[in-house]
Ligand binder design. Sequence first.
Ligand SMILES: Cc1ncc(COP(=O)(O)O)c(C=O)c1O
Length: 349
Amino acid sequence: MTALLHGRCPQLAVSLPHVPLGDGPTPVFELPGVADGASVWCKDESGFGSGGWGGNKVRKLEWILPDVHRRGARKILTVGGLGTNWGLATALYAREQGLHTAIALIDQPVDDHVREQLARLRRSGAALHFTRTKGRTVASAPWLFLRHTRRGRRPYFLPAGGSAPIGTLGYVEAAFEIAEQVSTGVLPEPSHVVTAVGSGGTAAGLALGLRLAGLERTRVVGVVVNDTLRLDAYSVVTLAHRTERLLRDRGADLPPARLAPGDVTMVRDWLGPGYGRTTPQARAAHRLAEGGGWLRLEPVYTAKAFAATLAMAGDRRLGSGPVLFLQTHGPRDEDRGAGLARKHDDAAE
Ligand SMILES: Cc1ncc(COP(=O)(O)O)c(C=O)c1O
């Protein structure tokens, strides 16, 4: 499918290539009666792309992987926790595109899920470097670059979660989809779009894309679920500015988005004790979504973001709505049985 961004800016088709890995638009539907009469809708990204990863990883990779080729790199160097979904999705999708991946892994509490992720990471063929802490990862960066440079080709670096400007384009594209869904009448114009924030690219891409698509009144609400990175309105809008600069540098002819930190709302009240640690509100939101048969949430990102959506929509902190919850979808262990990881697992066994 042609990227909506290319439809708008045909001059980007060569300078900013896109590889379709999933089918948009992802569905939107109302969640009646979930928040004391407030109008709550969902954009369900769980079916985007193969492998059960959902939009959050795959939309970013649709722009990143062709850019790696365009720069002539053969290897991606990225970073994540020991159980990184981002690192695993990157390794598997990159492999499909003939690229290698190296991952610097930072310690996190090890449970069964993390052990299984590590086993999958090993089977993915990625080179794994156990750098353990953020400080040691930064200190090892020159060595890692050198170690993965082959015949003068340096690895292509991606920060945690793929939240570089190039990955952020994935959610500019999703915002264009939202605008099309509004214009075709399948979605009422949302007053707010609520998303989980782990590394900032999703929120930044949405904020920029909604502006560029003319949905000036729709505000992005980021529910911060990660306390290991600076994630505030300033850092998210800075990433949006860098993404806008990337578009112009590559030749896009676009009106200025003029985003300012006051244009996005970041909330931290649903983080609880920290990244990856659940809360009673997240557990309740998870039960409600699953009990209603609407959504399959996971505990780290989407259950906290849905809990925030219900609370803020319910007490009218988000005005009269409609509020659009973005189901970014993080695969659980059983989801991966159906897709790309399984394909590679089988090949490795
Ligand atoms: C399921 C899910 N939702 C949301 C996010 C947050 O996206 P971002 O890292 O772009 O802030 C992530 C990030 O890892 C995720 O896995």
